[in-house]
Design a protein around this ligand. Sequence first.
Ligand SMILES: NC(=O)c1ccc[n+]([C@@H]2O[C@H](COP(=O)([O-])OP(=O)(O)OC[C@H]3O[C@@H](n4cnc5c(N)ncnc54)[C@H](O)[C@@H]3O)[C@@H](O)[C@H]2O)c1
Length: 401
Amino acid sequence: MTSDRPVRLGVAGLGRAFMLMLPSFENDPRVVLAACAAPRESSRDAFVQRFGGVAYDSVEALCADPTLDAIYIATPHQMHRSHAECAVSSGKHVLLDKPLCVTLEDGEAIAEAAERAGKIVIVGPSHSFDAPVLKARALIDSGSIGHVRMINALNYTDFLYRPRRPEELVTAEGGGVIFSQGVHQIDIVRLLGGGMVSTVRASTGQWDDKRPTECAYSAHLTFAEGAFASLTYSGFAHFNSDEFCDWIGELGHDTDPKAYGKARKALQSVQTPQDEIRLKTERTFGASPDPAFPDHNEHFGTILVSCDGADLRLTPDGVWIYGHTQRDFVPTPLGTIPRKGVMDALAAVVNEGQAPVQDARWGLASLEVCHGIIQSSANGKEISLEHQVPVRSLQERKQRI
Ligand SMILES: NC(=O)c1ccc[n+]([C@@H]2O[C@H](COP(=O)([O-])OP(=O)(O)OC[C@H]3O[C@@H](n4cnc5c(N)ncnc54)[C@H](O)[C@@H]3O)[C@@H](O)[C@H]2O)c1
């Protein structure tokens, strides 16, 4: 099943996540934004004015549109299960923005619904699709640098102080840094470490009574094949670890040094949760300018991979290979399509029936690590995992449907 016509995509949710995908959708001729569903009339109108197509007032009506190939679900985490089930049972493939959902029960239900319907759920965008991460994985697969032994991942941001909906500050509803940010780091580390995490031991921080959810964590993971990893994330940070990435920001733009403290300063004007929702809405589609085209690949902080024959250091522009006697840099040019790894996955699913590594079962395994971090911190114990899946080869992922 191959096709040269563009993928007809329907978008569920025109918020911040959709804004961040715009430079990819608009620069990739393989995709047409053909329809949307959004509760706010103003964003539905803005969509139709800009892209044409059809605007629905419910995700159910969007999924029922027979002209669509796939649905991009960019609604809040807690809606992912019902929206994904609706899409796959209506015969659509799904691009589901991370995380898969909040509870493991909902994650299992999404995976089962997709399998039952013979449709594929891509869990992305996630930073495991970033070109330098995929390049590092390809270097490991080539066998030229031996086995992965240890991974170190570190990221310091002001995530907790960007405008949030109330539920984004409630852990049980998927709030805090672990479900929204940790899952990126976990996806990257699992992709590089082979996927099969055996155990998690972690501590989490909740340091601000006004934002009573996890703002930081440090986790130690062991892998079935013997590698281990250390993951540290702070969304409470005053320090910005872009400094370790040549002052390039997460989305691939140069970090503006004059923006120091911007998120915390903006939040000082907020008196009520409604004020904060308003502030967040200002960053959504129809209410703010598009993100600029990036200058570099996206990244998720410092990532170091120690292998038998080399250490790899991922940068927004490529991968440094520090071998025994020489070091080399393998560039990953940005090209004309930001987040190209995600767009490639979408085109491969719809046009070739080829699943990505990051499908629903993969997303469930990363979600299990998120819960493992929270549980380990609460109990002071190491947690064993049971929903892990390996990085499946291209051959295994071809012709899944
Ligand atoms: N991968 C990334 O870079 C990235 C970045 C931001 C957010 N996200 C993910 O995207 C999801 C949304 O987060 P966000 O920050 O964009 O939130 P947001 O609040 O900015 O956007 C959510 C949108 O969903 C809409 N919505 C709510 N209920 C709906 C419904 N029933 N039908 C259709 N639309 C509905 C809202 O009107 C809003 O526009 C989350 O799961 C988040 O983790 C991913």
